[in-house]
Design a protein around this ligand. Structure first.
Ligand SMILES: Cc1cc2nc3c(=O)[nH]c(=O)nc-3n(C[C@H](O)[C@H](O)[C@H](O)COP(=O)(O)OP(=O)(O)OC[C@H]3O[C@@H](n4cnc5c(N)ncnc54)[C@H](O)[C@@H]3O)c2cc1C
Length: 502
């Protein structure tokens, strides 16, 4: 999902301003109209739009720097009626966007929250564009790494997620300078205050000046997901966190805070797996050593893919990457192996983008996830898959190809038989960068309890509501960053209006 290398991210991060406000300068005895917890993708626009609509806003960020997951995110977003579409004369509608999203995630996303996103996503992108956001050449596109839309409405900033952050920052700086927003960094919220009737009336913060209570009328949780917290992730999804690829602040603080005042957690069952992560080690959560997208829209497969039982389980060139990912999710431990021979190695583009053929060959001499052998049986022993089944599956694949029979799974792209030693395998893992479980919310973004009653004064936006809410049990193009910013804008404006009315 990201083409940025860690070194680029560090360089990009180093050039950003780090705002620090000594708590001494922030007046925490003030009663704030809106308190936003988390200064990332969703929290910054929420604070900005609340402030520009006249609310007194406190923005609290646990890290020294604002931005959250935008430092790592590819930041791909989608919307209709955007200036970028207009430039290219692309005709599109929110209805078509809605239908595409629900088709891609097989109607597993919340239709109300999807509708809310797509109805306002174009305004979000136009607002970013008005603040300097520029897209990559040729964008918008129909898709990149996930199943495609039917229209060109999907774009990525020239500097990935940082392009979005850079569009936020000048307005934020001005609002802070005008004292419309009070910003606390290096300050975490570790408790919510409730009155005897159960209304959330403030937050407890822990920062450089110690522990303090701050009161506010509307409390917005924008603390991100929990995909950097292995224990909480597994508790809420019933699936281990196989790889640590989420931004490290995604510890699930907001989910625990929400639960502490009665908020319900939903969506863990929507867990969806990505394909092709090559782990650094067998223990999980592992680090990503390399990544093979296994996406026929990016590279048609030459290899076969098998599970630990040595069996093929999916049409490797299936036109839907969602279908391939879902098939991987159904395998034990979400593990899968790409199997190929020396002719495939020599003739195909390397399965791992940006790697040369020499590098791919050399890794088979050195890295435990890459095995090679002169027979398929030995390869299976080394790789840890069932030898008899692997040999039988390869025989079947080769026999059908040689005799002109159709493939057992309907695969069409079969350039070569798998028959020339040495044979190679790459061990891969299903994985995710986001958490699907989150706080239950309604279309006003109020946090709901188990009976779907709002927890008074408490709201949630961004990944703390769970990827399952807007992306469903799938990776639906841009359906995390787009709703995070869009809900931030809408909620900030609405809460400022509510504050004026009281
Ligand atoms: C590598 C990568 C690529 C991705 N690419 C895409 C993509 O292309 N398109 C897409 O739609 N989605 C993508 N995603 C997902 C998407 O980026 C995230 O879901 C989204 O950015 C999360 O926004 P957020 O505001 O909820 O959280 P964040 O942006 O992470 O912000 C949360 C903030 O809250 C702060 N915080 C946490 N706890 C506390 C506390 N107790 N007190 C105070 N502050 C706290 C954190 O420090 C953080 O700054 C990607 C994710 C990753 C990891």
């Amino acid at each position: 999902m990201t083409s940025l290398k860690r070194r680029d991210l560090l360089l990009a991060t180093a050039s950003l301003p780090l705002w620090r406000t000594g708590s001494a300068r922030a007046d925490l005895s003030t009663h704030y109209d809106v308190i936003v917890i988390g200064g990332g993708t969703a929290g910054i626009p929420c604070a900005l739009f609340a402030a520009r609509s006249g609310a007194r806003v406190l923005l609290i960020e646990k890290s020294p720097a604002l931005g959250g997951t935008l430092f790592w995110s590819t930041g791909q977003i989608a919307g209709s009626g955007t200036v970028f579409q207009q430039r290219l004369g692309i005709d599109d509608s929110a209805e078509a966007h809605f239908n595409d999203c629900m088709r891609i995630n097989e109607h597993t996303a919340d239709p109300e929250l999807t509708r809310l996103t797509v109805d306002h996503a174009g305004e979000t992108i136009n607002w970013l564009a008005a603040n300097g956001f520029e897209v990559m050449p040729g964008h918008p596109v129909t898709g990149i790494g996930h199943d495609h839309f039917t229209a060109r409405r999907y774009q990525q900033g020239v500097n990935n997620g940082l392009s979005i952050l850079n569009a936020f920052l000048p307005s934020l700086e001005s609002s802070i300078a005008r004292q419309e927003i009070t910003l606390l960094t290096s300050t975490g919220v570790n408790g919510l205050m409730q009155d005897p009737a159960g209304k959330v009336v403030g937050v407890t913060v822990a920062g450089p000046s110690g522990i303090q209570d701050v009161r506010g009328s509307h409390i917005v949780m924008a603390t991100g997901g929990c995909a950097a917290n292995p224990r909480l992730f597994e508790d809420l999804h019933g699936v281990p966190l196989y790889a640590k690829t989420a931004y490290p602040t995604s510890q699930g603080d907001g989910l625990l805070l929400g639960m502490s005042v009665g908020g319900a957690i939903v969506g863990g069952e929507k867990y969806a797996s990505l394909a092709g992560l090559v782990p650094d080690a067998y223990e999980y959560p592992c680090q990503m050593y390399a990544w093979a997208p296994l996406n026929p829209a990016i590279r048609q497969p030459w290899e076969i893919v098998v599970n630990a039982g040595g069996d093929r389980f999916v049409r490797e060139d299936h036109p839907s990457i969602h279908h391939i990912e879902h098939s991987i999710y159904q395998q034990a431990g979400h593990r899968h192996w790409a199997i190929f021979d020396t002719e495939m190695l020599e003739k195909s583009e390397p399965i791992i983008p940006d790697w040369s053929r020499d590098r791919l060959a050399n890794e088979h001499q050195t890295h435990p996830m890459f095995c090679s052998a002169m027979t398929l049986k030995d390869l299976a022993f080394r790789a840890g898959v069932n030898p008899a089944a692997l040999v039988a599956n390869v025989d079947d694949y080769n026999h059908r190809l040689r005799s002109g029979e159709s493939d057992r799974f309907g695969r069409v792209h079969r350039p070569l038989t798998l028959s020339k030693p040495p044979f190679y395998s790459i061990a891969m893992q299903g994985w995710t960068l986001v958490s699907f479980a989150g706080l239950s919310v309604n279309r006003d973004l109020q946090v709901l309890d188990n009976e779907r009653r709002p927890v008074p004064n408490l709201y949630a936006i961004g990944e703390v509501i769970g990827a399952g809410a807007t992306s469903g049990a799938a990776y639906t193009n841009g359906m995390l960053v787009t709703p995070a910013i869009t809900f931030g804008r809408l909620l900030g404006t609405r809460l400022a209006g509510l504050s004026r009315a009281t």
